[in-house]
Design a binder for this molecule. Structure first.
Ligand SMILES: Cc1ncc(COP(=O)(O)O)c(C=O)c1O
Length: 387
């Protein structure tokens, strides 16, 4: 059997995979099993922040692997403590809980919200408001948080305690907050799976003010839009707000699994021993790599993201077959006249890997993709959209 056949025979078919077997890569280039080279504008869905096999990230991980690959959370390890410190210094948050994925990071945020509300507002204040069109993960509870019915089908009943309001509709959020005692409001600053849509600044400011007034925790899900992807370290930093809880995952690990729940002043002391845990959370090798990724996300890298994001918008906007370009920085949604799936397939045939978000073509390139490669890929996207 070849890999396609073996995968079909033995892997649960939860993914509609593209007919490509990736075997290796370097930077923003990927190579398939037939030796064909692709420009990668997906980064493993916003994971390979510095592309494939970045030398600095690899060295940090390998150096750590040489001394210790894992210790249980019954003991202290330096990379875990250092990464927590670096995240707090860069964000102003106070404490960090480590897990392995975005869904787990959000699960932890939900636990924080429920415990905080039970202590400060009473046990009936357990409801969390999220936005329609949002995506917060695939565990039953983060699915319940996700404001898209399409993900709920077949998995009912969902976890109680979630309500959804339309993104941008501050009046609806206020109406709900007046009628139900809310523990938290959780939102992505740029809805990724929902079609790469950045939230309206006035809406975000209104929600933040309401949350403050009513002592509702503000949670930003930065799993996809965090870690430099939008041109700032975290998406909320575009909006001048201070969340109480920030969750992230994906790109912080640079290719190894990580989940992070950052706790602000209000909730820094919410957890006691036994309240949460994770066997692999804070793993030394993962944290050593993440610490390196974070150190590379400096002002120069972030300015480079903005520059590349602007270049993408300039090259694609108004081109034949392209209706609109959405998102922030290197998180891009392209609405095409043709079906997005057809454009994605045409790009792939021409050696450019792009992905989908709802009915849009989505770009999430490595943050340091060389500009010449990006320009080459953009020319291919224009050609594919115009066909
Ligand atoms: C905004 C957001 N939150 C949560 C998740 C879930 O992350 P994971 O797949 O690591 O559990 C995703 C994944 O795409 C996401 O985009």
């Amino acid at each position: 059997m070849n890999t396609f056949e073996r995968d079909k025979a033995y892997v649960a078919p939860t993914y509609a995979r593209f007919p490509v077997e990736i075997v290796s890569g370097k930077g923003a280039l990927l190579v398939d099993a037939e030796g064909k080279e692709y420009i990668d504008l997906g980064s493993g869905i916003a994971v390979n922040t510095l592309g494939v096999a970045d030398e600095g990230w690899k060295a940090a991980v390998v150096e750590q692997l040489d001394s210790l690959q894992h210790a249980s959370n019954l003991y202290y390890t330096a990379p875990c403590a250092r990464l927590a410190e670096a995240l707090c210094v860069r964000t102003g948050m106070k404490k960090v809980f480590f897990s392995n994925s975005g869904a787990e990071a959000n699960e932890c945020a939900i636990k924080v919200a429920r415990k905080y509300a039970a202590l400060h507002k009473g046990e009936e204040a357990f409801t969390i408001l999220t936005l329609k069109n949002s995506f917060h993960g695939r565990t039953i509870t983060t699915l319940s948080a996700t404001g898209q019915d399409v993900f709920h089908q077949s998995f009912l009943p969902l976890t109680p305690g979630f309500v959804h309001a339309a993104a941008g509709d501050l009046e609806e959020v206020k109406r709900i907050a007046d009628s139900i005692p809310l523990a938290a409001i959780m939102m992505e600053m740029v809805q990724g799976e929902g079609g790469v849509v950045a939230l309206d600044p006035a809406f975000v400011a209104g929600v933040a003010a309401l949350a403050k007034e009513k002592d509702i925790l503000l949670i930003t899900d930065e799993v996809q839009c965090g870690n430099g992807r939008t041109g700032k370290l975290y998406g909320y930093m575009h909006y001048g707000i201070t969340p109480d809880v920030v969750t992230t995952a994906k790109g912080l690990g640079g290719g190894l699994p990580i989940g992070v729940t950052m706790l602000g002043e209000k909730v820094e002391d919410i957890f006691s021993p036994g309240d949460n845990g994770s066997t692999f959370g804070g793993n030394p090798a993962v944290c050593a790599g993440a610490l390196h990724i974070l150190s590379r996300l400096d002002e120069e890298m972030l300015a480079g993201v903005t520059l590349r994001g602007n270049l993408i918008r300039e090259r694609l906007s108004g081109k034949s077959g392209i209706k609109s370009v959405s998102g922030l920085g290197l998180m891009v949604g392209i609405e095409t006249e043709k079906d997005a799936g057809e454009v994605i397939a045409a790009c792939r045939e021409r050696g450019v890997l792009v992905i989908k978000a709802k009915n849009k073509v989505r770009l999430l390139p490595p943050l340091n993709i060389p500009v010449e490669l990006l320009e080459k890929a953009l020319a291919v996207i224009c050609e594919a959209a115009a066909l």
